[in-house]
Ligand binder design. Structure first.
Ligand code: NI
Length: 389
């Protein structure tokens, strides 16, 4: 096993790659320059099995160990940026207006590349490592991880276990956080259109005011969590968009509202979909109106499997010591499309400390280059742990 000092030279190289990617962010599936950069680097490390163009700009590359027969494990990094105008004021700030790496996927890509360079030069493991570079993590259905699974990467490359990693502001540099079971929530989104009858705001009795009904629905939805859900379970329903008339004196025909749903269990997810409709429809009909309802399922729960989580904890502890690995980290209600890979294969997802930086998706956020050797070391130790000779 390796300590972080083994990766200082790679840190310098990975810092240059990370800053290049940061200056040149690309969005969703349009990662043509990023994918080209990644594929060229992989080839330069002597990796000869590289498949590009999976889910448009995704890449899977295989490194075969020299330690004999063994399984193939998938290590995944996401590569896409966000439509945000950067305000980090760093010398390597985005060169492209309204696009920035505000979630650290530049760092994730650089760390997996550096680990690939190390693994390709040592090959000191049995079986094979599949490097998965995915597009469109930030996109809702279909997201890049989902599409790579749909395009059959697990079967095609013989991947039997998968591992993911994400940086986390607020966790100290050199520390990791992970837990067995659910670690991130499922994400669904909904639209509700309240169908009323508009008119002059001074003559409400001649209308069927959808604004008042929408207000009742927003309050009613709060009870789906507080009155219908077991308090020990976790469910979030947030109404986030509201669109009514554009004037002081008009009652609109319709009010559109939208929101998001997060849960930690598939049955609560099904329940939320049914109950949001029942609640909205019941309230609207009570006032003589009705609703249109649309529900969009995105990422499932990011569910860490016990055996692979134990391996991940061991790999991280061997790098930084047991005191720097929180193996009972609290679940977060954010969502992550690595969940689709964990539905397809057993595996585990870990958080890497990014120090006291701005939060993810914030215009002042920047991936912390001090975290690079820890992420690189985690990947290498994980391979040494799972594919020990
Ligand atoms: Ni992210």
């Amino acid at each position: 096993m390796y300590s972080v000092e083994n990766f200082r030279d790679l840190q310098r190289e990975a810092t240059a790659w990370r800053r290049y990617l940061h200056e040149n962010p690309e969005l969703d599936y349009q990662l043509h320059n990023t994918a080209k950069f990644v594929a060229e680097k992989l080839a330069s490390f002597g990796i000869n099995h590289i498949e590009t163009g999976i889910a448009e700009t995704g890449i899977v590359a295989l490194i075969q160990g020299e330690g004999g027969e063994g399984p193939t494990i998938g290590l995944r990094a996401d590569m896409d940026a966000l439509p945000i105008l950067e305000a980090s004021k760093k010398p390597w700030s985005s060169k492209i207006a309204d696009k920035m790496h505000a979630c650290g996927h530049d760092g994730h890509t650089a760390m997996l590349l550096a680990a690939a360079k190390y693994l390709a030069s040592t090959r000191n493991f049995r079986g094979s490592v599949a490097l998965i570079f995915q597009p469109a993590e930030e996109v809702v259905a279909p997201s890049g991880g989902q599409r790579m699974v749909q395009e059959g990467i697990m079967d095609r490359f013989g991947i039997s276990q998968v591992f993911g990693m994400h940086n986390r502001p607020g966790i100290e540099i050199g520390k990791f956080g992970i837990c067995d079971g659910p670690i991130m929530a499922s994400q669904d989104d909904f639209d509700i259109v309240v169908k009323g009858k508009g008119g002059h705001a001074a003559k409400p009795h001649e209308t069927l005011d959808p604004v008042v009904i929408a207000a009742q629905i927003i309050v009613g939805l709060q009870t789906v969590v507080s009155r219908n859900t077991n308090p020990i379970d976790s469910l979030v329903i947030s109404v986030t968009k509201l669109n009514a008339a554009q004037a002081y004196n008009i009652i609109p025909d319709d009010v559109e509202m939208s929101g998001t749903v997060r849960t930690l269990s598939p049955c609560l997810r099904d329940f939320a979909e049914r109950q949001i409709l029942a609640c909205a429809q019941g309230i609207a009909r009570g006032f003589g109106a009705d609703v249109e309802f649309r529900y969009y399922r995105s990422a499932p729960v990011t569910f860490n499997h016990t055996e692979q989580t134990d391996l991940a904890i061991r790999a991280a502890r061997n790098l930084v010591g047991a005191a720097s690995v929180d193996d009972k980290m609290r679940v977060t209600m954010g969502a992550e499309d690595f969940a689709y890979m964990l539905e397809a294969r057993p595996g585990s997802f870990i958080f890497l400390g990014n120090g006291p930086t701005a939060g993810l998706h914030h215009p002042a956020y920047d991936f912390n280059d001090e975290a690079l050797p820890y992420g690189i070391g985690y990947w290498v130790n994980l391979v040494q742990t799972v594919l020990a000779k």
